[in-house]
Design a protein around this ligand. Structure first.
Ligand SMILES: [Zn+2]
Length: 283
């Protein structure tokens, strides 16, 4: 599931490929759930517009257009932004490259007014979303997002956490409170901060909050540097894997020894998601 680091990695790799280019061709699938803006309107909003920047807010990617409009893409569970280069894979390491065709999971295809690569939005399970916004307009989905997890300061984080009675793990996953953190990084940050996922948020001391925010931001930054986490479907725009999954300390390690004390990592279901933790190191 793409979380903030995967979306940021995607943003950094897609931006240089599309910024400064003018959208000249749009092809969409018949998916009804993916397009929050009907494809016919999307076409009116995008065609002939130059992409000026690619920004990120929480887990949303925002393509800023020169007329002030924006194209918002949420990768959902299995969404990928890939360029036409991703369909060229070497047959053998270092061997000749073979072209494979885009498949039936492509829902949006952006062609540009030059000979450079085409951008594809591919999403097998269709939990992703595509939204077009004209200049000056926003959408409830963006407006109700909390501050970005990499940008929030300790004062605001601590007061938002203190106001909640839910388990801290559920609070970290709430995008209205903090945008960008998902299951993997919440588990990893709670382990690093030595806080049990089941602890009520309002019971965290100021010092707990300080350690937790520092752990959240640290783990997100390290994951971005590692190229994101590839658990099931996340790939880079060129089709390669992320590298962070090999560095997880608790996520996906149920029954294996804690890297700090050797106690088997436990897994419980919390807020309909699995939470991984060390019952000895975390309190
Ligand atoms: Zn431990």
């Amino acid at each position: 599931v793409p979380e903030l680091p995967e979306v940021e990695v995607t943003r950094r790799r897609v931006a240089p490929l599309v910024v400064g280019r003018t959208i000249a061709e749009i092809t969409t699938s018949a998916s009804r759930r993916l397009f929050l803006t009907p494809p016919s309107r999307l076409r009116q909003q995008l065609l002939g517009r130059r992409v000026d920047a690619v920004e990120r807010l929480g887990k949303y990617l925002l393509f800023r257009l020169h007329d002030g409009g924006r194209l918002c893409v949420h990768l959902g569970m299995t969404g990928q932004l890939v360029t036409s280069n991703a369909f060229e894979r070497p047959c053998t390491p270092g061997g000749t490259r073979r072209r494979t065709a885009p498949d039936r999971h492509i829902h949006l295809e952006l062609g540009f007014a030059d000979t450079g690569p085409t951008l594809f939005f591919r999403d097998p399970r269709q939990f992703g979303r595509v939204l077009g916004l004209t200049a000056g307009h926003s959408h409830l989905r963006l407006e109700r997002l909390g501050p970005d997890a990499l940008a929030i300061g300790l004062g605001e984080f601590a007061s938002r956490v203190r106001a909640r009675r839910a388990p801290i793990k559920a609070v970290l996953l709430d995008q209205k409170l903090l945008a960008g953190v998902g299951n993997i990084y919440a588990d990893e940050a709670l382990f690093l901060a030595r806080v049990l996922p089941t602890r009520r948020a309002c019971r965290l001391t100021r010092e707990d909050s300080r350690r937790l925010l520092s752990a959240v931001q640290g783990v997100l930054r390290r994951a971005i540097r590692a190229g994101g986490t590839t658990v099931s479907d996340f790939v880079h725009p060129d089709g390669s894997d992320g590298g962070f999954q090999r560095r997880c300390r608790v996520y996906g390690r149920e029954g294996q020894g804690c890297t700090r004390c050797g106690t088997p990592i436990r897994r419980v279901v919390l807020a309909q998601r699995s939470a991984h933790f060390c019952p000895r190191c975390q309190q």
